[in-house]
Design a protein around this ligand. Structure first.
Ligand SMILES: Cc1cc2nc3c(=O)[nH]c(=O)nc-3n(C[C@H](O)[C@H](O)[C@H](O)COP(=O)(O)O)c2cc1C
Length: 254
């Protein structure tokens, strides 16, 4: 079998939420960001921006907006991955064109930001850094935008804490669903055997128990059922539309 350092790094992935005090050099961060900028991008639009935050006061405010997630404050570098239509709108104007804006441009920009974010995480982990993505940036999108000076047509899709892992607090890898539940051959397989879900619940419950956490519901399906039986971030669509993303429109001018 071929040996790949990329696959090895990916296979070792674990989310890190505890960091040492050591900083990340400008040189290393630039190296990681430069590699991530090679990520594929829809129609070469490059509809994303990354904001590098090192300022402790800003990180502290972001931590509060993310529901008091301590790691946002304690990481040496916080990255905000933004879906960005602002630059594209400006570019259209250079050509006396008005940018249209609908669900597709929202998805394009969100995917572009996600791909760059994932590349940063993979690159950072390959250098020995640890990372945690922060979807909680979408808890208060307007406040986050104001703090980071975002113009209309830009929102923080998710953030990422980067830092050197605290060796004493590296968690074991979190179990994943069995491959045949998530990888389908040729056609979608609609069978979802209960036994496989239960086996995953058992494995995940053991993982949490090893970390001293005992849940009052089935570790995977019970948590999913509890979380998804109420709408997630019900105000998000209205907020993002207000911030310039015409998600429910058919393609009006931005
Ligand atoms: C888009 C996205 C947003 C996430 N947001 C958060 C977050 O706000 N806080 C957090 O602690 N972890 C967050 N995570 C990390 C996940 O909880 C973690 O990846 C998942 O539990 C699997 O664990 P593992 O990455 O260690 O395998 C996020 C992950 C993704 C992909």
């Amino acid at each position: 079998m071929k040996v790949s350092s990329t696959l090895t790094a990916q296979n070792q992935h674990v989310t890190i939420r505890s960091f040492t005090q050591e900083g990340i050099s400008e040189e290393m961060l630039t190296q990681i960001l430069e590699a991530a900028r090679r990520s594929p991008t829809s129609s070469n639009m490059q509809a994303y921006s990354v904001i590098v935050v090192r300022n402790p006061d800003v990180k502290q405010e972001l931590a509060v907006l993310a529901g008091n997630q301590k790691h946002v404050e304690t990481c040496p570098v916080f990255l905000a991955f933004c879906a960005d239509l602002h630059r594209l709108k400006t570019v259209c104007e250079l050509h006396d064109a008005e940018m249209t804006n609908n669900l597709e441009t929202f998805i394009i920009s969100t995917i572009d930001a996600s791909l760059v974010g994932m590349s940063v995480q993979t690159g950072a982990e390959s250098m020995g850094l640890g990372a945690v993505m922060i979807g909680a940036m979408r808890n208060h999108p307007r406040e986050v935008a104001a703090l980071l000076g975002l113009p209309q047509h830009v929102y923080v899709s998710f953030g990422m804490c980067l830092g050197w892992p605290d060796r004493d607090k590296i968690p074991p890898q979190k179990p994943r669903l069995p491959a045949d539940l998530v990888i389908h051959q040729e056609k979608y397989d609609m069978t979802i055997p209960k036994s496989k879900i239960e086996a995953h619940n058992t494995e995940l419950a053991q993982h949490y128990a090893n970390l001293g956490k005992n849940l009052d519901v089935a570790a995977w399906s019970g948590v999913i059922a509890r979380n998804l039986s109420r709408p997630l971030r019900p105000d998000l669509q209205v907020t993002l539309e207000d911030m310039g993303f015409n998600i429910s429109g058919v393609g009006e001018r931005a």
